[in-house]
Design a protein around this ligand. Structure first.
Ligand code: SAM
Length: 292
């Protein structure tokens, strides 16, 4: 009979979010599996707890399954912690919890903060249905494809965004959903906690005024009828033309723009191509006028 695996959520910035229950579990557990021993050591010091810690991060989680097997044989109680927030939420632990279930551990999640949930409930956007998307892919082309796959998603969308990718992410998202309502939550539970609300385009403009710093969650309204306060058909026609224009201005290849816009806005490729040619002519005329 295996022991218990506690999945322990820890503060994402404000140590007052530590509950008595978290403390009790950390005191009673036989072994702590933690994302980074240096980070968790600070938490344990704060609680004046001394405990054996074993690192379990993205690069060694598979190897750590053996530790769990060993703990099951010895009937030990294990606590899993990430650096901040809830383990498994854009953090390691999936494989470990699956293995613990297989080994017969009792699984006990210990509640605490998760950045996406605080951002969502503070966003002012519908929370009845939402889709947590974690971090966007690394490559710009993959980001665009990923966002295109979400354009028709009716649920509220929630993303984790690292500061050095914030401006790029907002620019890409604006191309596709610039008129939608959104909220950018920053430094949740910390001294400089901040919520920027407005359309995605408003938020992009505000962010462009200063250097992004801290931790961010981006929440975007889903594709719901009338959600942007305009008639659907006219909105989609406006967004379609805006999308094509911005992509061309960005220097993307006309054939790529035509292909993506046709797929995204369900138009005939030949029609999109005609629009592309019109915009290009318009642009060349404008450039010609500037050069004269
Ligand atoms: N497991 C964590 C959770 O439950 O929220 C998330 C870990 S993930 C590696 C880190 C990302 O979460 C950050 O890049 C940021 O997008 C978001 N995040 C974490 N703490 C945050 C905070 N205090 N304010 C805003 N976003 C935060």
């Amino acid at each position: 009979m295996a022991g218990t695996l506690y999945i322990v959520a820890t503060p994402i910035g404000n140590l007052s979010d530590l509950s008595e229950r978290v403390k009790d579990v950390l005191i009673s557990a036989d072994l702590l599996l933690v994302e980074d021993t240096r980070v968790s050591a600070k938490l344990l010091n704060h609680l004046q707890i001394k405990k054996q810690m074993i690192s379990c991060h993205a690069h060694n989680e598979r190897e750590r399954l053996a530790v769990l097997t060993d703990a099951a044989e010895k009937n030990l109680n294990v606590a899993l912690l990430s650096d901040a927030g809830t383990p498994l939420i854009s953090d390691p632990g999936d494989q470990l919890v699956a293995k613990a279930v297989e080994l017969g551990f009792t699984i006990v999640p210990i509640s605490g903060p998760s950045a996406f949930l605080l951002a969502l409930v503070g966003s002012g956007l519908p929370c009845d249905r939402f889709s947590f998307e974690g971090f966007l892919p690394d490559k710009p082309k993959d980001v665009r494809d990923f966002l295109i796959s979400l354009v028709k998603e009716p649920r509220t969308l929630v993303f984790y965004v690292s500061p050095h990718k914030l401006e790029r992410t907002l620019a890409e998202a604006c191309l596709l959903m610039g008129t939608r309502k959104a909220c950018l939550a920053r430094e949740l539970t910390k001294m400089h906690e901040e919520f920027l609300r407005g359309t995605l385009a408003d938020i992009k403009e505000q962010v462009g005024r200063s250097q992004p710093r801290g931790e961010y969650v981006l929440v975007i309204e889903g594709d719901r009828p009338g959600s942007s306060g305009e008639e659907d058909a006219s909105l989609s026609a406006k967004e379609y033309e805006e999308y094509v224009r911005l992509r061309l201005e960005q220097g993307d290849r006309p054939s790529d723009v035509a292909q993506d816009a046709a797929k995204l806005f369900k138009r005939k490729r030949s029609d999109v191509y005609r629009l592309v040619v019109d915009f290009q002519k318009e642009r060349q005329n404008r450039l010609g006028e500037c050069n004269n």
